[in-house]
Design a protein around this ligand. Structure first.
Ligand code: GLY
Length: 424
């Protein structure tokens, strides 16, 4: 099988690495890729946001896997599908489940999926009124794609108002203001062909830049899977109460969703509630989830792309756990410093370094983005995987580079608990 992955991040490097291990894959390319994906796949230059260019590049491939949300919202999967090539990733209308918070809320309401009460605001006056009607912490979400920077959660009413005003400054923009959902967060991914839904291992992201969840939000500073603190049966319950109803509702309204549905959940005292949906694999959770997948990935994604997921065997997972720590460039998540040498020495067993913001400058690997590398380790236990990930970081040299020191630490110490459900 000839497979093309579209994207530039560590998620795409993780996808390429997993695909390269599938014996069915005879040829693998990443477009445009980064300085790490070239270690496992051919690099093909393309503008990933140009549907016509990607569809043209895809000729001759048996499967195209679109990694990031922006190409999906721009219609890249539609163009590839229209060219008769199987593609893993939703159509542009279906990708609105991530592209528009308002659309996602409408789908959830129709599907009976538990989520925070919300107001969609078109003006600053509406936003101020919606914020005044709530108690802190305030949650403000820009209604379009914002590369992980479109959400503010703050105790500060003035900061919430300023964020909402700024988000509304573009013509036609909307913000969604919603109730805060308390409780530990879970990223639950499911692969789907538009009808059948198969959940992957649950993971947890660390979104704030600093240890102990301090500082501004980022695209994600680290993740681990699975979640030892998650009550047994949660994945099955959420599949039945959230993922399957949403996939059914997307079909019913004429925007069937195939690809990866990412449910961001809060485990509240009223049970799991949806914080957000994304239309693609999460980053950095994917790095940990795919490190534990034993099922050959290309066959699984092709089954989704061709409507055959019901005939695919159950997913197989490696025992143990995986921890991913993101190495960020100086000044991230502000304007990151680029152009520094990225050097990776010998890695301990069970550790992989996945590239994100890296580029080749002749034979040098240099930083070119905010999140530069993901160091992903597997181990027999979460503690073991965490120790290995931090040992792996000792092999990384990047001037000004930094990372959180507490990825998966609370879970290892047994400090995460799910609130008791009301009425139970
Ligand atoms: N880990 C957060 C995201 O992928 O959106």
């Amino acid at each position: 099988m000839k497979v093309l992955v579209v994207g530039t991040g560590a998620r795409e490097h993780a996808l390429a690495l997993a695909l390269s291990r599938d014996p069915a894959v005879t040829s693998l390319a990443v477009a445009p890729g980064n300085a790490g994906t070239v270690q496992v796949a051919e690099a093909l230059p393309v503008d990933p946001l140009d549907p016509t260019a990607v569809a043209s590049l895809a000729r001759g491939f048996d499967l195209v896997v679109v990694g990031p949300e922006a190409p999906l919202v721009a219609g890249v999967a539609d163009a590839v599908r229209a060219a008769g090539i199987p593609v893993f990733g939703p159509s542009a209308p279906a990708a609105q489940i991530e592209g528009s918070k308002t659309f996602a809320k409408q789908v959830m309401a129709a599907a009976g999926v538990p989520t925070a009460a919300a107001d969609t605001c078109h003006t600053a006056d509406e936003a101020v009124a919606a914020l005044s009607a709530r108690v802190p912490p305030y949650v403000v979400k820009a209604d379009g794609l914002a590369a992980g920077k479109g959400v503010l959660v703050t105790e500060d009413l003035l900061a919430a108002e300023v964020f909402a005003r700024d988000a509304l400054a573009t013509a036609g923009a909307r913000v969604v203001i919603e109730d805060f959902l308390d409780g530990p967060e879970v990223s639950l991914f499911a692969v789907t062909d538009g009808t059948t839904v198969r959940p992957l291992l649950p993971a947890q992201d660390h979104k704030r830049v600093g240890d102990d969840d301090t500082g501004p939000n980022t695209g994600g500073m680290g993740a681990y899977a699975p979640l030892p603190w998650l009550p047994a049966g949660t994945v099955e319950d959420v599949t039945a109460s959230v993922l399957q109803p949403v996939i059914d509702e997307m079909s019913r309204r004429g925007t069937p969703f195939s690809g990866l549905l990412y449910a961001g959940l809060a485990m509240t005292s009223r049970g799991p509630q949806v914080v957000e949906f994304n239309c693609r694999f999460g980053d950095p959770e994917t790095q940990s989830v795919l490190a534990l997948l034993d099922t050959p990935l290309a066959g699984l994604l092709l089954a989704c792309a061709t409507g055959q997921l019901a005939n695919h065997p159950p997913l197989q997972w490696k025992p143990g756990a995986s921890v991913t720590v993101v190495v960020a460039a100086e000044n991230y998540p502000g304007t990151p410093v680029a152009g520094d040498d990225v050097v990776v020495g010998d890695l301990p067993d069970g550790v992989a370094v996945l590239h994100a913001g890296t580029a080749l400058d002749d034979d040098r690997v240099v930083s070119s983005g905010g999140r530069v590398l993901s160091v992903t380790a597997t181990g027999l236990s979460l503690a073991d995987a965490r120790d290995r990930a931090y040992l792996g970081l000792e092999a990384v040299t990047l001037r000004g580079g930094f990372w959180r020191s507490d990825i998966a630490a609370k879970a290892v110490r047994g400090e995460i608990s799910v609130p008791t459900q009301e009425g139970s």
